[in-house]
Write a protein that binds this ligand. Structure first.
Ligand SMILES: NC(=O)c1ccc[n+]([C@@H]2O[C@H](COP(=O)([O-])OP(=O)(O)OC[C@H]3O[C@@H](n4cnc5c(N)ncnc54)[C@H](O)[C@@H]3O)[C@@H](O)[C@H]2O)c1
Length: 360
């Protein structure tokens, strides 16, 4: 029996639009620009409030034009440019208010620091009729595209169980802006998994969660580890478990997403978390006992990874949507706010606490 073949790559736009960056920090360096190079997307200009940082990035990635201010960037951008906004969540709304009506913007997650800010961002996008999407790029990681193809073909049958588990040693010091924030782990990290799960399972009925700090990261006041149950009733059972402070070597590091159905299962190691941002190799394993294929778990060869290939997908999908090549914009602000609502429910649950033990 021939090996299964599944889609792994995002669909590219017929006519890529020029890109203007707002914010030229770590994620643009590590993932946005490497992805755009692979895809052949043109970055025509950029702006960062930190001039030195901007100059370094222009030098390294040959950005043809640096702007001295946000308004200069907006005035100077070609009319069909996509504004690629990659700044901390709290800075997004002020930037969007400056963008003229009808323009295209890809906005780094999270969509503001909480649901109230997300609503504000959605209102601005609606008022200005922006073509706006949140950069929930994990949905476009090659291993996720393959899993989605498999699941949409019905090969797993009914989806019973979805789990994202992370046990690693995350270099939080890369994001100094996170330390004073009241919300950290779920809002800035597990949000990827919450969003990914929503993209497969829809909105949960409710959320149970607990997010807490870690003794080794007491300055990270917004939490460094989380347990999230996304409640879909009897099926599927869904949870996200993260411990970013496993300090006992890479041997027991884990970072996987598992999809288990009535006819088969997929388990994917997302190696990025295990040595961020360089990662370790991913591993895509699946088992389809009813399909007459080879028995036992099989490995699917996947080309590309979360960093940087997934970042092609979010940008490509917005460019295609903006040019009318597709009617769907999977990570639109209209959809992303529901991920923010799920995250909000997780924080509310965490604050509320569990059921105390009854008297005995
Ligand atoms: N996989 C992912 O999707 C992923 C990974 C890492 C970070 N991020 C997100 O990207 C955003 C930026 O993270 P980072 O790691 O690049 O942080 P960073 O601190 O390295 O970079 C942020 C940059 O934005 C600039 N900046 C801040 N406010 C600005 C403004 N108003 N206008 C222009 N520039 C401004 C800063 O000077 C800095 O250079 C965060 O919201 C984070 O959640 C996403």
């Amino acid at each position: 029996m021939p090996a299964f073949e599944f889609r792994q790559a995002a669909i590219l736009p017929a006519r890529p639009r020029p890109i203007v960056s707002i914010g030229l920090g770590g994620i643009v360096h590590d993932a946005h620009y490497p992805a755009y190079r692979l895809a052949g997307f043109d970055v025509v200009g950029g702006f960062d409030i930190n001039g030195e940082r901007a100059a370094m990035m222009a030098d390294k990635f040959d950005i043809p034009r640096l702007y001295g201010s946000l308004s200069e960037a907006i005035q100077g951008a070609p009319a069909d440019a996509v504004f690629d906004i990659a700044v901390p969540g709290g800075a997004i709304a002020d930037i969007l208010r400056e963008i003229p009506a009808g323009r295209a913007a890809l906005i780094q997650k999270p969509m503001g620091e909480d649901l109230a800010e997300a609503r504000g961002i959605l209102d601005i996008c609606r008022e200005r009729e922006l073509l706006a999407a949140i950069n929930f790029q994990l949905r476009f990681a090659p291993f996720v595209i393959a899993a989605r193809d498999m699941i949409e073909q019905g090969l797993l049958g009914e989806l019973y169980d979805v789990e994202f588990r992370v046990q690693c040693n995350t270099p939080w010091h890369l994001w100094p802006f996170l330390f004073p924030l009241p919300r950290c782990e779920i809002l800035y990290h597990s949000i990827h998994y919450v969003d990914l799960i929503r993209s497969f399972c829809g909105n949960p009925q409710s959320v149970y969660a607990r997010t807490i700090s870690h003794p080794s990261a007491p300055d990270l006041r917004g939490g460094a580890r989380s347990m999230i149950i996304m409640d879909y009733g009897e099926n599927p059972r869904v949870n996200v478990m993260t411990n970013h402070s496993h300090a006992y070597g890479g041997e027991k590091h884990q970072s996987y997403v598992k999809f288990e159905g009535s006819n088969g299962a997929i388990q994917i190691r997302a190696g990025l978390n295990m040595n961020y941002p360089d990662g370790v190799p991913d591993r895509f394993e699946y088992i389809l006992p009813g399909e007459g294929g080879a028995p036992g778990w099989q490995t699917l060869d996947i080309k590309g990874s979360w960093f940087p290939e997934a970042f092609i997908g979010t940008m490509a999908s917005l460019m295609r949507y903006a040019d009318g090549e597709t009617a769907s914009l999977p990570t639109s602000v209209e959809d992303a706010i529901l991920t923010m609502a799920t995250v909000e429910a997780a924080y509310a649950s965490s604050q509320q606490g569990g059921t105390p033990l009854p008297q005995v």
